[in-house]
Design a protein around this ligand. Sequence first.
Ligand code: HEM
Length: 429
Amino acid sequence: MRIRIEPVSRVFLSAALVHFLIGTTLGALMASNVTWWDSISPYHAELNPFGWLTFLIYGMTYAVLQLFASLRVPWKGLPWIHFVVAEAGVLLIIFGYLAQRPLWIHWGWVCQTSAGILFLIAVMSAVVSSRRSRKLLPPEAISPETPVHVSELDDAPPFTGFYFNLEKGEVRDTDRVAKRGTSLALIVLIVATLFATMDGILHGGDPWLSSKRIRILLFDGWIAGTVLAVSLHLLPRYRPSVAVPSKIAHLAQSIWFIGILLAGILPPAFWLQQLGTRVIGLSFAVIALLYLRRIPSALRQTQPPVKLAWTIAWAFAFILGTCQTLGLRPLSLPAIHLLFLGWITTLVYGVGYVFFPLLLHRFPAFARMASFQVLLSTVGAVLLIIGMVGAESEHAGLFRYALAIGGSSAMAGFFLFALQWSIKRKPRA
Ligand code: HEM
């Protein structure tokens, strides 16, 4: 059986991988030499959260809509316009910094946020048109309760697959919570856009990433919120009988949203704003605990690297959540890298080994290296974060070694992951 996923998903995914290859290289360069931080940081801070994770969210969402909900965007050109606008945003910002043209950077941000709005319109139009026409995928696509294995896309089965079109009531409940989570995250993106626009008009300059509130809205709100929602959709697709309890997931989501409102809207010096960042941390810790409890049974049938990556990712989320609840600033370097590198990027590895074969129609070229790849990136992330914690301390020299080794290992781990998909493995004869 061959599942045809709209090529735009693949294009978003490929662009995300290219952005991250450059972004991690720049990160490793900064990790090896702190004097480069100021000059390289703006490119890295654009390419990684936006060029990598946001593009990944777009590409995966188009594919997930089609695979899990049988939804297609009615006007096929819209996702392509979305891609062009999003890529124009990244390029304008990067070249704006290179050429020192603030206007290009400004227009880059306008494109970047317009891309978010185009994405919202695309998703909404897919939902509305499916409600109207009840247009489902052809019956041969996927029957309910049937797992689709990558082996069905070709003839070698290195990784087991997902279950689609689930019937279980429990799972539908978590899907509802997840859908609400995706909508809330998109609302947060739009609010961040409005804030940044107002900031730009009132104060001029480059408001987008210089404002703490906007960064919290974008990082802990838009990106983390979407990841929380997508994970809620994905976990039961590995094994339908196991999902996180929907009521607790709903409660944790409400806590997260209250935290985002407090931390992202109130002035930074206000105690309620600081309470908001702790509340966000609490929601991360609670959700992470739920996952850590369920992963052993939910991922029992999946291959070890997938289970390993999910476990490590949620362990990072738990550490981040606990530290943030206890007062770690969400925009400090350790917090940003616990969130983006430790938690989300490791989760992408876990999801990628099962999902990318469906999307890219190819298997990981070095499937046997998958566990080593996950461990290499994990060691890198741990050392990098330890190095960041101690970089300003009395023993900075020692910590800078950790930073340099961690940066290079995290980069090597990602290069190995990217290599898995860049070589087309021949099917067995
Ligand atoms: C190989 C992996 C990575 C390495 C070696 C690395 C290294 C670094 C270093 C050394 C800095 C300090 C620069 C400075 O503060 O001026 C930094 C900043 C930053 N990194 Fe990473 N990073 C990595 C992955 C990521 C990922 C995956 C993301 C997000 C998706 C990310 C987002 C950021 C952001 C937003 C900043 C700017 C923080 C600020 O200016 O306050 N990094 N990174």
